[in-house]
Design a protein around this ligand. Structure first.
Ligand code: ADP
Ligand code: MG
Length: 247
């Protein structure tokens, strides 16, 4: 049987805002198996980011169970949590979150700086390999302002890969990108998924969900639908069908 990487049961997250309680997640249960490519869909405010932050151990639920790789997150110490975050999970955000005056190579090396087991030389080699995987070998010395949005997102993806994570969590990773660039990024995610990396991809665009194997739809902090996509599209093929760009 395939291993469950993520298992949540009756997860709730409330935010107290003055005298008001915001119910961001109202009892969510599901699991994600190793090797899945899941999109979390839902309109703005439906609870997608709240859930992803909990899945990534950046936030704790108000109640409910969260197990990662069979381990209850609640039972982990601060150090154990930090290790899981650094070594098992790769994060990608809509706004790339790159350091501005720092080269692509150094941005990608960053997560390894906190890993004392990795030497300076190995750090460099792994960052170069990650940039190669996202097709940016020829842009390693560029700073973010010298790169397009799509290229900056590739650097962020390389940075998320450099620790060889078991899963990638992406929050609206194509939200700032045009259709062509979004499809390029989705094609990259499909390649990474084929290599065995589990991907959870938050989006509000149904167009993007067709590239994943499964879709979970959130509404008002609850799961409305959870289905396997019977007709997964290849992003590379869709990309080839787009009208040619004039340069
Ligand atoms: N830190 C917070 N404090 C208060 N309310 C929050 C916080 N984070 C999210 N919320 C509220 O929780 C709900 C879900 O937000 P969010 O998870 O960001 O939705 P989505 O990512 O789907 O747009 C919204 O009503 C939002 O205002
Ligand atoms: Mg969000």
């Amino acid at each position: 049987m395939t291993k469950e990487i993520i298992k949540i049961e009756d997860l709730k997250r409330e935010f107290i805002m003055g005298t008001e309680t915001v119910h961001a997640l109202r009892g969510i249960s599901f699991s994600i198996k190793e090797g899945e490519f899941v999109t979390i869909m839902g309109s703005s405010g439906s609870g997608k980011s709240t859930m992803l932050n909990i899945l990534g151990c950046l936030d704790q639920p108000t109640s409910g169970i969260y197990e990662i790789d069979g381990v209850r997150v609640k039972d982990l110490s601060r150090n154990e949590l930090a290790t899981i975050r650094n070594e098992k999970i790769g994060f990608i955000f809509q706004s790339y979150n790159l350091l501005a005056r720092t080269s692509a190579l150094e941005n990608v090396e960053l997560p390894l700086l906190y890993n004392s087991k990795v030497s300076t030389q190995e750090r460099r080699e792994r960052a170069i390999k990650a940039l190669d995987m996202v097709g940016l070998s020829d842009r390693m010395d560029h700073t973010p302002s010298q790169l397009s949005g799509g290229q900056q997102q590739r650097v962020a993806i390389a940075r998320s890969l450099v620790n060889n994570p078991v899963m990638i969590l992406a929050d609206e990773a194509t939200g700032n990108l045009d259709t062509r660039t979004s499809y390029e990024i989705m094609s990259l995610f499909q390649d990474l998924n084929k290599q065995g990396i589990t991907i959870t991809f938050v989006t509000h665009e149904s167009d993007i969900a067709k590239f994943s194997n499964r879709t979970v739809v959130l509404k008002d902090g609850k799961i409305m639908q959870d289905y396997n996509n019977l007709n997964v599209q290849s992003a590379a093929e869709q990309l080839a069908k787009l009208p040619k760009q004039e340069d």
